[in-house]
Ligand binder design. Structure first.
Ligand code: 26W
Length: 810
């Protein structure tokens, strides 16, 4: 049954506007209308969520607790209205209130509490968890500032703060009554009282964790979950004793410490920052979560014996690892359990997903930071490590090399991945290739000890958001062709589009939809950056975090190659191209920032050269974010997925482009491998070394300089980077990285080894583009085969193979 008619909605939204903003609709701004709509939707969801929670308890359903330091939610207004089935009514109501729906949606800031793939994956999974009617809660930190806003000034990245909450507070439901206390620092002593061990904390600092819940409605169900964002506040506003003594700064210390915890999201992707503040963030949200879950479990069941039967904690990479020692602490110190009993429950209740094999991304914490920040947790880790080491040593007959590799504590460091393996019931990678690399390489010794623990769940995306919502033209075509909207609940239905691969009319309509989307993007780019794009050119897009392994620089080498061809022969380019880049670089990642600058130098140089007019253009899109992806992806024709094979755990952007009909140029890496499985060589542009060949070539002594010496086109590109472009900025550092590294570190990501194959793939793309029908057919094939990359499928696999919880669909 519909929740509301536009008429009743107008009345209720007007009420919200009055109560929360103190305005009538003729006084309100678009932003206030947005807030009023959000309040209305939130309240509808709140009613459903209470019902869901009661059902979960009444029917004694197992619950999933999804812990992640990042949730890249983006905007929620359209999403929630869509899932609640009231989007058309809401749009109508907004119009009748005298506002333009697009402007109201536009007024919502992105909730950008994440860096990239890992954070967006968590957001997509929240949608599927609710849609599959799985009782689940997401947990994270209520950061005041999300990922920085990127400004490009003179070609360089500048970071600005992102105070996302200003207009988004209406989504949050504060639950002050469910606050938890977290202890930091101090010293720990053990006392025996009445024959029982008691832990005493001296000089610890208390911080209060207050939940702010963001409600998550499922699609086509009333099932409603929530994302619990913990906010840190001091237990008392001011230490009056110190204040009275005149020690003003010290009196404020506790408050400042508490507030600093949830101030800002760390902007690092694939590179952990071993800082005390980050450790505090991790323990803060883990401890609050564990305490809250244990409390709620006891309230329903009155015992912890069945805790693992009714609760499972999925940890999103190692960032929430402390859930393992924290549960041990609660079970033993607070609930009086013996070690073995507590350990049995923990190891049945925790599962870990690995998202990267980049060695620099694997978290290793200095002992001193853990010891000083969370002294009791440190003691428990030491004991876990001791027992684990004994077990490993026994299994491997004391082989010290292997024992060292498996150790949790070694060289005054704590290795979080090993702690997760020891304390978890499952470890999974995020694509077939990635999971195999974990089993055969990164975690091979642990895998041998317990092969069944190591699993794969290939990532997926929320196809309702990433296709239907953002590409309404394609959504309408698919519904018409399939004669139903069943694909929204069962993405495999998309396969039925295969029946239209030779239908000329369908192919033409598909092309017309793409063109519409390109025109919309042109408008967006013109309005946001003042840049004119040529809609008749091929839109070639690389949008993802900036990282050397993702090889934006190889894309640049191709562009320079095209430029040189044009210089030699103004007719060399048959297919005009627009290269669009969207990427944030971690603020401390110097090389990544230099690559952004290089792209901008190149873009300016090409713009200034008349030979490129209407043939070649490069645009660096400022401040790439979820909302930008939503207009960029439907307009893309080529999706660049060109990481060094073996380095990209899965990729999820690749899936979003695919389901919107872009063709992929890519290596056999991450989920590209599975894309290739369903598309074959004919429907994507595959190139380059395979993961095993990368490893072998490195082992045999990779020599990029010999490739440079023997390939004149490549040499010319690199020399051009060395000298730079018309702005006079030299990129000799990037040139040097590719050619002059020490100890075999030149061209770490093997751009030169793949250059030739990449150029050939790109030439094939241009040739194929000239055959419109062939191109459109390939595009339709991509959409038809994208169903397996639905998050619904992935979450269903977690439910079946790791969590053992029931669900609907599939
Ligand atoms: C602590 C610093 C830090 C921050 C984030 C280290 C590592 C990360 C993430 C694990 C990086 C990340 O986002 N990984 C991406 O995860 C996606 C979802 O599984 C995959 O699709 C991407 O391939 C992977 O790079």
């Amino acid at each position: 049954m519909a929740l509301a008619t536009p008429q009743s909605m107008i009345r209720e939204i007007t009420d919200k506007l009055m109560i929360h903003c103190g305005k009538t609709s003729d006084e309100a701004t678009s932003s206030e209308i947005m807030e009023a709509c959000a309040f209305w939707l939130r309240d509808q969801m709140a009613i459903r969520e209470v019902q869901t929670r009661k059902d979960t308890a009444r029917h004694e359903k197992k619950q999933v607790h999804y812990l992640s330091l990042e949730f890249l939610m983006g905007r929620s207004l359209m999403k929630n209205a869509y899932n609640l089935g009231v989007l058309p009514e809401l749009q109508e109501a907004i119009k009748r209130l005298g506002f333009e729906p697009a402007e109201v949606f536009e007024a919502e800031p992105d909730a950008a509490l994440g860096n990239g793939g890992l954070g967006r994956l968590a957001a997509c999974y929240m949608d599927s968890l609710a849609t599959l009617e799985i009782p689940a809660v997401g947990y994270s930190i209520c950061y005041e500032l999300g990922i920085f806003k990127q400004k490009i000034v003179n070609g360089e990245q500048l970071e600005l703060p992102d105070p996302w909450r200003t207009a988004s507070d209406s989504w949050l439901l504060p639950k002050a009554g469910e606050a938890e206390e977290i202890l930091f620092g101090g010293t720990v002593t053990h006392e025996i009282v009445d024959g029982k061990r008691k832990i005493k904390y001296d000089g610890a600092t208390k911080v209060l964790a207050i939940p702010e819940d963001m409600l998550i409605a499922g699609y086509d169900t009333t099932h409603t979950n929530h994302l619990r964002l913990w906010k840190a506040v001091a237990t008392k506003p001011l230490d009056m004793a110190l204040f009275s003594k005149g020690e003003y700064t010290k009196a404020l210390e506790e408050r400042d410490m508490a507030e600093s915890i949830c101030k800002v999201l760390y902007p690092n992707d694939n590179h952990p920052e071993g800082k005390t503040l980050r450790m505090r963030q991790q323990y803060f949200f883990v401890s609050a979560t564990c305490q809250s879950v244990v409390k709620k479990h006891l309230a329903v069941y009155g015992t912890l014996d069945n805790f693992a039967e009714y609760n499972v904690f999925q940890i999103n990479d190692t960032h929430p690892t402390l859930v393992i020692p924290e549960l041990m602490r609660i079970f033993m110190d607070e609930k009086g359990m013996a070690w073995d009993d507590a350990w049995k429950i923990v190891t049945d209740a925790v599962a870990y997903t690995n998202h990267t094999v980049m060695w620099e991304a694997l978290e290793r914490w200095p002992q001193s930071i853990i010891q000083n920040t969370v002294p009791r947790i440190w003691e428990i880790i030491v004991e876990i490590a001791r027992r684990w080491q004994a077990k490993c040593s026994e299994f491997y007959n004391g082989d010290m090399e292997i024992v060292k590799n498996l150790a949790i504590c070694w060289d005054n460091e704590v290795r979080m991945a090993n702690l997760c393996i020891a304390g978890g019931k499952a470890v999974n990678g995020v694509s077939t290739l990635h999971s195999n690399i974990l089993r055969d390489d990164v975690f091979k010794y642990a895998c041998k000890m317990n092969p069944d623990k190591f699993k794969n769940v290939t990532n997926g995306i929320d196809h309702r958001r990433w296709m239907s919502q953002i590409n309404t033209g394609l959504d309408a075509l698919v519904k018409e062709l399939l004669g139903s909207d069943k694909f929204l609940s069962d993405a495999m239905e998309l396969k039925k589009l295969n029946a239209f691969l030779d239908d000329q009319k369908v192919l033409d309509r598909l092309a017309a939809i793409k063109r519409e989307n390109k025109l919309k993007l042109c408008k967006f780019v013109k309005e946001s950056q003042g840049i004119e794009l040529n809609p008749d050119s091929l839109f070639d897009v690389q949008a993802k975090r900036l990282h050397e392994y993702k090889r934006q620089l190889m894309n640049v080498l191709h562009i320079i190659t095209l430029y040189h061809r044009l210089k030699d022969n103004p007719d060399a380019i048959k297919v005009p191209r627009t290269f669009l880049f969207g990427a944030k670089a971690a603020p401390g990642y110097v090389t990544a920032k230099r690559i952004i600058q290089l792209i901008n130098s190149l873009a300016a140089h090409i713009d200034a050269d008349p030979v490129c007019k209407d043939k070649l253009k490069v645009v660096f899109l400022e401040n790439y974010r979820v909302t930008m992806a939503e207009s960029l992806i439907p307009a893309a024709e080529i999706s660049e997925q060109i990481s060094t094979a073996g380095k990209e755990a899965s990729g999820t952007g690749n899936m979003k482009f695919m389901i919107n009909g872009a063709l992929t140029v890519g290596t056999l890496d991450g989920a590209n491998v599975e894309m290739h499985d369903v598309l074959g060589d004919d429907n994507m542009f595959l190139f380059g070394l395979h993961a095993d060949e990368v490893v072998k070539m490195k082992a045999d002594g990779y020599n990029p300089r010999s490739i440079y010496d023997s390939n004149p086109a490549l040499k010319r590109c690199l020399d051009q980077i060395n000298t730079g472009f018309s702005d006079g900025i030299s990129y000799s550092d990037l040139y040097g990285n590719l050619l002059n590294g020490f100890g075999g570190s030149a061209d770490q990501y093997m751009l030169l080894a793949d250059y030739d194959a990449y150029i050939k793939a790109q030439d094939k793309i241009a040739e194929t583009y000239l055959d419109k029908d062939k191109w459109n057919r390939m595009s339709l094939k991509n959409i038809a085969e994208a169903g397996i990359f639905a998050a619904d499928r992935a979450v269903g696999e977690y439910a079946d193979n790791i969590w053992t919880v029931g669900h609907r669909l599939g």
